[in-house]
Design a protein around this ligand. Sequence first.
Ligand SMILES: Nc1nc2c(ncn2[C@@H]2O[C@H](COP(=O)(O)OP(=O)(O)O)[C@@H](O)[C@H]2O)c(=O)[nH]1
Ligand SMILES: [Mg+2]
Length: 262
Amino acid sequence: MPETTARPTPGTAASTADPEPTRSLRLGVAGPVGTGKSSLIALLCRELDERLRIGVITNDIYTDEDARFLRSAGVLDPERIRAVETGACPHTAIRDDVTANLLAVEDLEADFAPLDLVLVESGGDNLTATFSPALVDAQIFVLDVAGGGDVARKGGPGIGRADLLVLNKTDLAPYVGVDVEQMVADANTARDGRDVVALSRHDRSSIEALVAWLDGVLAGFRAGGHEPVDPGPMAPHFHADEDGNVVEHSHADGADDHDHAH
Ligand SMILES: Nc1nc2c(ncn2[C@@H]2O[C@H](COP(=O)(O)OP(=O)(O)O)[C@@H](O)[C@H]2O)c(=O)[nH]1
Ligand SMILES: [Mg+2]
């Protein structure tokens, strides 16, 4: 009799009574440019690739730079990393019109079925960009301690209400005069006790805390007990329109308060 060596389908390992998830856990990673989103995704792939089947979607304005960075990092089969080019406003592609991202996630899930986890990196153009719960089941918001100790306290929907806030690059704190403990305390206050991880790729225990958080979310998702939370729309913000004029607008759900095209 041929032996079966296939890995267990997610949710079936513990007991056949477990509900079978119909798809992967979709996890968004948002935050401003340079805070370390791509690096965090590479880190998670490196830590989890042995035991989870992972796919990655990146969002860039006009390029596939993040996807190329992740492919070259060699942490995952390059075919499992796909880029969505978002055009002018990357925050729109993860919040207001998620069609391109949803199609990319579904294609990846279909091509590599079954996947356990799909990581979606936001374009990272804006401090207050958030993912729609129509696209992801859970989301991480990434801040860089070198961006200043005040950022966590000043808040925003992602900082306040993402499933996890990562205060990244804590190894840089002594060089930029940031008190990480104070920043974590401020973040805890701003987040009403929602999860916060102070992370550095040079600090093993912080990496373990991040992986433990993800394992907890995945376990809840597989058991059918995970509820996607909507952090809320992004705050009003400024950016240039097609003619180079500065426009202020919000992405309050359903609001169409600006006449420039996205
Ligand atoms: N010192 C330090 N640098 C980091 C860490 N994580 C990421 N970086 C660096 O931060 C820069 C921006 O990272 P990247 O992942 O491209 O940011 P993204 O724009 O948010 O995707 C890169 O030079 C990374 O090497 C960290 O834990 N410590
Ligand atoms: Mg990136």
